[in-house]
Design a protein around this ligand. Structure first.
Ligand SMILES: NC(=O)c1ccc[n+]([C@@H]2O[C@H](COP(=O)([O-])OP(=O)(O)OC[C@H]3O[C@@H](n4cnc5c(N)ncnc54)[C@H](OP(=O)(O)O)[C@@H]3O)[C@@H](O)[C@H]2O)c1
Length: 237
């Protein structure tokens, strides 16, 4: 079993997932940077290795059961445990101007979005939770969005909004089922961040965006669970 803490980041080849991989490795974690495109994941991991960081890549398409099973087997064989899971991979495909009214929303768009943003993290967590349960230690961070807050729900991009509300529900359900264990599960809104998804107008850098993600991923025993955070503060659901 690895003495270092082992972290998996989904969608690690770019954006927030890439930066979260970098910051976790800087904190001394062995990071498995996962990517649905193996070559892009390898290139991203190589970039972080060239910065002196302990990062390896492994393919993972969060929408594929087979891909999740292969990742779980790899981690079981190589490390025998998992300490951190950052469910970061996500898509935002109903953000086009004029194409995002709920009254015109295509069910196919909703299905694709929910498959990636909700069933994706569910599949990954189902595959990897045994590696946390065995050692009674784990930190799961679900990268959500303020756009999923029911408290502040607005029109536009219904697929993305619904997916993040449902992801937050998963956070609550996971945390409830894991009550009394040392596996802590939380949702994060990273704020509006300059990535391919966030666009160039976004005010936050990826480093700022991942601060709360990394803070929750490295939270000490007895830390928060079943919460929703932005800028290290609890926010409304
Ligand atoms: N940027 C923001 O302002 C913002 C705000 C709130 C929340 N978020 C959330 O933060 C997370 C990361 O966003 P980002 O801004 O970094 O987005 P991004 O730049 O678009 O990156 C998304 C990542 O998810 C991966 N991905 C998508 N579908 C996948 C699948 N089926 N399997 C594996 N990986 C998959 C992408 O892989 P490919 O390269 O192969 O496409 C990419 O690595 C998302 O969950 C997003 O909803 C972002």
């Amino acid at each position: 079993m690895s003495t270092k803490k082992v972290a998996v980041v989904t969608g690690g080849n770019r954006g927030l997932g890439f930066e979260a991989s970098r910051q976790l490795a800087k904190k001394g974690y062995k990071v498995i940077l996962t990517s649905r495109d193996a070559a892009k994941g390898k290139a991203a991991a190589q970039q972080l290795q060239s910065e002196g960081l302990d990062v390896i890549s492994h393919p993972l398409d969060v929408t594929s059961d087979d891909s999740n099973r292969k990742l779980a087997e790899f981690i079981h064989q190589q490390f025998g445990k998992l300490d951190v899971l950052v469910n970061n991979a996500g898509i935002y495909i109903d953000n086009q101007a004029g194409g995002n009214s709920v009254f015109n929303a295509k069910i196919d768009t909703l299905q694709q979005t929910i498959d990636s943003n909700v069933y994706g993290p569910l599949r990954v967590t189902q595959a990897l939770i045994p590696l946390m349960k065995e050692q009674n230690y784990g930190r799961i961070v679900n990268v959500s969005s303020g756009m999923g807050q029911l408290n502040d729900m607005e029109e536009g991009s219904p697929a993305y909004r619904i997916s993040k509300t449902a992801l937050n529900a998963l956070t609550r359900i996971f945390a409830s089922e894991l009550k009394g264990t040392n596996i802590l599960v939380n949702s994060v809104c990273p704020g509006w961040v300059k990535t391919d998804m966030g666009g160039s107008e976004a005010p936050r850098t990826p480093e700022q965006g991942v601060d709360t993600i990394v803070w929750l991923a490295t939270t000490p025993d007895g830390g928060a669970t079943g919460g929703f955070f932005r800028d290290r503060q609890p926010i409304d659901w």
